[in-house]
Design a protein around this ligand. Sequence first.
Ligand SMILES: Cc1cc2nc3c(=O)[nH]c(=O)nc-3n(C[C@H](O)[C@H](O)[C@H](O)COP(=O)(O)OP(=O)(O)OC[C@H]3O[C@@H](n4cnc5c(N)ncnc54)[C@H](O)[C@@H]3O)c2cc1C
Length: 504
Amino acid sequence: MTQERRHQADVIVVGAGSAGSVVARRLADAGRNVLVIEAGPHRDEPAVDDPARMHELWDSPLDWAFRTVPQDSALDRRLHLPRGRVVGGSHALNAMIWVRGNPADYDHWASLGNKGWSWRDVQPVFARLDGLGGEAPGTLDVLTGYEPDPVHRSIVEAARQTGLPFNPNYNGERQDGVSFMQFTIQDQQRLTTARAYLNPVVGRGVTLVADANARRLLLEGTKCVGVEWDRDGTVERGYADEVIVCAGAIGSPVLLLRSGIGAGAALGGVEPVADLPGVGRDLQDHWLVPVIASTDKQPTFSPGLPFTQSHLFWRSRADLEVPDLQPLHFGVPLYESWMEGPPRGVSLMAGLVRPASHGEIRLADDPSDAPLIDPRVLSHDADVEALAAAVRLCQEIVTAPELGHTWGAKELYPGPLAKDTDGLHAYIRRSVVTYHHQSGTCKMGLDDDAVVDPELRVHGVEGLRIADASVMPTVPTGNTNAPAIMIAEKVADLLVQARPAESA
Ligand SMILES: Cc1cc2nc3c(=O)[nH]c(=O)nc-3n(C[C@H](O)[C@H](O)[C@H](O)COP(=O)(O)OP(=O)(O)OC[C@H]3O[C@@H](n4cnc5c(N)ncnc54)[C@H](O)[C@@H]3O)c2cc1C
């Protein structure tokens, strides 16, 4: 038998991940009474804190561990899409790399009618939150200027030997070139927005309800009045003037669809409330293909740093205006399940960050089952071509003199599998994996597929906004954590401007 408990707040935030933690903090600072609903637990986890233990968290209880539907263009493989299910969200199990994106990304968003989202508009928001290049520190400490481990110094030197320029700051004027990464790490520990923003206000303006899985939004006609969730087998409800959904690029569209907001046909029998065909459509992601070399020396790693410390931005074709490739480099071999090799080595993950292939998320026949996630990876031949250029570039780097002389690097994969173009394309389809940057499933805009307007209000539904990676109209050129956090800062600004602090 279910009992019902009711909660009341000014604002309910669904999801205490990268974005939700920021929204909750900013609203609490403005004097609002905020209720945060998070499906995962709120507890200390040594594997979360330690930047070198990220891979242990995948397929753990802190991972939603989504799987795609079989991917036609990738040998029918079902790809693992890890997502954080814990206070901290995906920031609690990500690689902590801090990338603002390319100014052209945001100017493109603005050109689609999204007033207030050009680079000129968002650059000060980034500066406020990360403090990079400014005089005041940001709310999030971003680690720069650390001593990279020797294997990463060699990878960067090898990249330079292939002709790539060294870029000391890819978050500065230009992204292009090979760089040491900037990280959200503080005192050798992962720094999530939950830690930096949310934890200090829990119990002081914010009520955090953890282990609470939001089942649906509560709607009266087309007005959102609250949220219903499960906790320990009990159904609870919260009511508020406004609900901000920050459940991420998979969780947010799924919650809307389960609440009857979406295209009628996608609702799997759920009573329709608002006909918004874009919910779950336009799923975008970035993609990686491994280039692995064995080494004859064991790389050593400093405590408090991850195994990846360097990456590069480059172009698959000289005529591109913006980089479309972002390989990232690990000082360990990351073998796929069908590969074998020695335990010592390096992986250069050839990365595509401006994909042409887009997919979608739908409800299963039973809407409470895991959603059907179809990114349609490599469905566009242009993505295979671009990844082929990225693999060739990474092969040049692992065979450059520095890695050979200093580490005895010998290419293992793709190695002979990519001796010609057909072989390389087959290798890409066999080994492509996510770069973890799902976005675009509740996109911001004014067209028929847009789900939220430029103030992140859901079209046609009152009292409901979305603020997370799902609203990105196009996936940025680079990792998506910083952009998701910037989006959260922007929505908080909008909400606070609309109703200034009661205490002011
Ligand atoms: C393995 C991995 C590595 C990555 N590496 C990097 C990196 O190094 N740098 C980078 O910039 N980006 C990286 N990313 C991407 C980045 O972490 C995400 O883009 C970012 O965290 C998205 O933030 P978000 O707020 O949209 O979603 P999330 O941070 O995922 O937050 C969503 C929250 O909502 C909760 N939730 C979902 N559904 C419900 C529900 N029904 N009820 C209650 N709560 C719910 C989730 O549990 C979660 O806590 C990585 C991601 C992963 C998974």
